[in-house]
Design a protein around this ligand. Structure first.
Ligand code: ADP
Ligand code: MG
Length: 229
């Protein structure tokens, strides 16, 4: 059983009068609770691919299934609901809300859904703060913590609503090498603890060894780890 499967997947952007093929026909499968990297240089198609897996953009052709749902069948509203229920996101530039504390940033996704009353929310946020080693920083604001700490908060926020899948597009690009390495170790620990599948992208070949499964993207094609159909 796979959590994500793609076959013959393509994405072509239309820029003015010209077609820009960004993903040129790839196939792959991602197992539940795996720790997966898509590695490739800038422009190779990493963000395009992660955006499609995250139901933020539709494929041009081919099929892409996430949790047995063909994502091409989801309209905007259904895609938003699907993301909210199943997918967490971690970004390169952390995307924390500057006016909220660390605690409030992690709590934020839970405020969107009714099944999380205040005391249950608090309990879940405290659990996440512990898990990412940020319990003693709960009342700080983003500008009072380091880049590595911000990314820890972002990992906690991505996991707070118990998604099956976390997508991280170049989560370590704004971090020094040691911090990058520690963030990936943290994600792997979270995967072990919560059995969440992590899919991250990087242009940094040095950290790809941290992944258990590696797909190499070159100019919209997989040169390692997948198939071309
Ligand atoms: P990466 O994340 O690996 O740097 P991207 O997925 O951002 O690669 O880009 C892959 C290719 O698609 C590049 O040639 C890029 O210029 C192009 N591209 C990305 N987004 C768009 C867009 N919205 N419109 C047109 N071309 C795009
Ligand atoms: Mg990118």
């Amino acid at each position: 059983m796979s959590l994500v499967t793609a076959s013959g997947l393509t994405k072509t952007y239309r820029a003015g009068d010209i077609d820009v093929p960004a993903i040129k026909g790839i196939g792959f499968a991602i197992a539940p609770a795996s720790f997966v990297a898509f590695v490739g240089p800038s422009g190779s198609g990493k963000s395009t691919l992660l955006n499609m897996i995250g139901c933020l953009d539709h494929p041009t052709s081919g099929t892409l299934k996430v949790l047995d749902t063909d994502i091409a069948t989801l309209d905007r509203k259904a895609a938003a609901k699907f993301r909210g229920e199943h997918i967490g996101f971690v970004f390169q530039d952390f995307n924390l809300i500057p006016v909220l504390t660390v605690f409030e940033n992690i709590e934020y996704p839970l405020r969107m859904v009714q099944e999380w009353p205040k005391d249950k929310r608090r309990e879940q946020v405290l659990r996440m703060l512990e898990a990412v080693g940020m319990a003693d920083q709960a009342d700080k604001r983003p500008d009072q913590i380091s880049g590595g700490q911000k990314q820890r908060v972002a990992v906690a926020r991505a996991l707070v609503s118990n998604p099956k899948l976390v997508l991280a597009d170049e989560p370590t690009a704004n971090l020094d090498h040691d911090t990058a390495y520690r963030i990936l170790e943290l994600m792997k620990k979270m995967r072990d603890e919560f059995r969440t599948t992590f899919v991250f992208s990087t242009h940094d070949a040095k950290i790809m060894g941290e992944a258990e499964t590696t797909f190499i993207l070159e100019d919209g094609r997989l040169s390692q780890g997948g198939s071309h159909v």
